[in-house]
Write a protein that binds this ligand. Structure first.
Ligand code: AMP
Ligand code: MG
Length: 332
């Protein structure tokens, strides 16, 4: 875009933003906490654009914003009485609740996790945008990764400029502090991130204790980062596969784009790719799906080929490297 993508948040411009969201675009909009960078949470490619624009690591899951309880039913099938109490008391508002995700929510939105973080914002522009688009909107703060969160449309413009399709301007955001994030397991409420909703209020409303959880959790418990249990091996080129096949009988091999695989590998190798044509957005949106799918097959290893080290490829390679570390350190 040559012209500035900032528009005042009038009804007409909100509708314009909503149709951009429906078409798979990304829009910055005000919430009561900070400005968010939003995309249709159920559209994998659109969500990939958020990670690309922000240069955000792919394992950092997004919060999905909704405007009605009806929309929550698309995202999860697991709503308890405690959840309902919390939603009655704090929604719309700065409380994010982590639910078990439904199959409709793509893994790129949840950083590969089987849970999804959801909140109903109270800012009228945010609510109207979600309503008008008819989609749940995945939205992290509209800043580049590692930079301060934007409380004004001008901050968004400075950091993300023409990487976004439109910025809805409604002046300064009221809170400027992030939402509180919780997870309910049985009768226990875990505080995953302190924020604008105080834990004391949550305890008063539910009559339950809020337990502080360290960011890093033991395996099996609410992982922040998904990694396959099957060893992940990272390769640069297909030439390295022969060597790997001397040690393993059954592996998955996942290349960046579709490749021709030698006939003689076929009884040992389940072959797949991240993107037919070698498109980085598509590759990013398929990454966690491939990890989950081949992790469930009881294979000896999942071999991933590195992708080109540019744009979203940097985030994909980072994620692959992280997943492969466990195997590399087990061998030491
Ligand atoms: P933000 O960067 O403010 O959009 O908030 C996103 C943060 O929410 C992530 O960095 C996580 O800390 C947290 N989060 C999002 N989804 C989940 C989830 N499924 N489980 C646990 N924490 C989550
Ligand atoms: Mg953030």
């Amino acid at each position: 875009m040559d012209t500035s993508p900032i528009l005042p948040a009038t009804e007409e411009n909100i509708r314009k933003a909503a149709s951009i969201i429906r078409e798979g675009g990304i829009v910055a909009f005000p919430t009561e906490t900070v400005y968010g960078l939003g995309a249709d949470a159920l559209n994998e490619r659109a969500v990939a654009r958020i990670f690309e624009a922000k240069e955000r690591p792919l394992f950092d899951p997004l919060i999905v914003h909704i405007a009605s309880r009806e929309q929550l039913k698309i995202l999860t099938d697991h709503i308890s009485d405690i959840h309902r109490k919390l939603m009655d008391a704090f929604w719309p508002g700065p409380l994010t609740i982590v639910f078990r995700k439904s199959p409709a929510v793509p893994y790129i939105t949840t950083g590969g996790l089987d849970t999804v973080a959801v909140r109903m914002p109270s800012h009228p522009v945010a609510l109207r945008l979600i309503e008008a688009s008819g989609r749940p909107i995945a939205a992290p703060s509209a800043n580049r990764f590692g930079y301060p969160s934007p409380t004004r449309a001008e901050h968004v413009l400075k950091q993300l400029g023409n990487r976004v399709d439109l910025i809805l301007d409604a002046g300064k955001t009221p809170h400027g502090i992030e939402s509180t994030i919780i997870y309910v397991e049985g009768e226990t409420i875990y505080l995953l991130r302190a924020g604008a909703t105080p834990p004391e209020d949550i305890e008063r409303v539910t009559g339950l204790k809020v337990v502080r959880k360290a960011r890093r959790m033991s395996p099996g418990q609410l992982p922040y980062h998904y990694s396959p249990a099957t060893p992940v091996i990272l390769i640069e080129s297909l030439r390295e596969v022969e060597e790997i096949l001397r040690k393993f009988e059954r592996i998955a091999l996942i290349t960046f784009r579709r490749e021709e695989i030698p006939e003689k590998w076929k009884d040992k190798v389940i072959y797949d790719y991240l993107s037919e044509e070698g498109d980085l957005r598509e590759a990013a949106s398929n990454l966690f799906d491939r990890m989950h799918r081949y992790d469930e097959m009881s294979l000896q290893a999942i071999v991933f080929q590195k992708v080109p080290d540019r744009g979203l490829g940097i985030a994909i390679n980072e994620r692959l490297l992280k997943a492969s570390m466990r195997y590399a350190s087990d061998r030491r």
